[in-house]
Design a protein around this ligand. Structure first.
Ligand SMILES: *Cc1c(COP(=O)(O)O)cnc(C)c1O
Length: 222
């Protein structure tokens, strides 16, 4: 896909989000579109910044450290989301760079993030990731472990925004989104980070507050 298409894709996706939100009697403005820019170079990201997009998602701390300081100098109001797995030894770098961290999934990481926040004085919002399809290869805490993880996050004073999940591939995502929404309600959490290129409209009808979209914006990653 040529670079200039990302901006027109952005407009199309905003329309689809608005349609899905209205269908569910929600406010389109209550859904944040995170442009997943992992593997994309600055030249591919700039047209989206020019088009007004401000929320971006990366899955690797190192890649984001290489790419974003320069882009942020030009667009200081960028909101950077870490959407990938985070190793505890990178917690301080992540806290220093990101505004929102989406894959908090174990007590050891909660501890590392709490220490990094105290040390840096920065307090990025956190989403707790749930392994919603109970898949061995996926990140996220087991559903049964969520109450304990939430307790740990509260004890460490993490600002918990809500829950995040990636449903199993090749299956209808809707029941998994509904389950995540139910778990969030049970714990009085309002944020729901769910929905990617193939299923974001479904996620919005079920209550997503944050959708993470890469391929539908930028084209297939090489
Ligand atoms: C890559 C990625 C996305 C974006 O996926 P697309 O299918 O390209 O939209 C969303 N969430 C996470 C956690 C990712 O790693």
């Amino acid at each position: 896909m040529p670079l200039h298409d990302a901006a027109s894709q952005l407009a199309t996706i905003h329309q689809s989000i608005a349609r899905a939100a209205i269908l569910a009697q929600r406010e389109p403005g209550d859904v944040t579109l995170i442009a997943v820019s992992k593997t994309q170079e600055a030249a591919a990201i700039e047209p989206l910044l020019e088009a007004g997009q401000r929320h971006f998602g990366e899955n690797r701390v190192q890649e984001a450290q290489d790419k974003w300081p320069a882009l942020r100098a030009a667009y200081p109001d960028v909101v950077l989301h870490l959407i990938g797995q985070l190793q505890s030894n990178k917690a301080e770098d992540a806290v220093a760079l990101f505004d929102v961290i989406h894959a908090v999934d174990r007590p050891s990481l909660v501890t590392a993030l709490g220490a990094a926040m105290r040390k840096t004085g920065k307090h990025p919002l956190c989403f707790l990731q749930v392994n919603i399809g109970d898949e061995p290869q996926k990140g996220g805490c087991a559903i049964a472990d969520l109450p304990a993880l939430l307790d740990a996050a509260q004890a460490a004073a993490l600002p918990v925004a809500g829950l995040m999940a990636i449903p199993p591939a090749d299956s209808d995502a809707a029941p998994y989104f509904a389950l995540l929404a139910k778990l969030a309600r049970r714990h009085a959490l309002t944020g729901l980070s769910m929905g990617m290129s193939s299923d974001y409209e479904t996620a919005v009808t079920i209550g997503a507050t944050h959708v993470r979209i890469g391929t539908a914006l930028f084209g297939a990653r090489s």
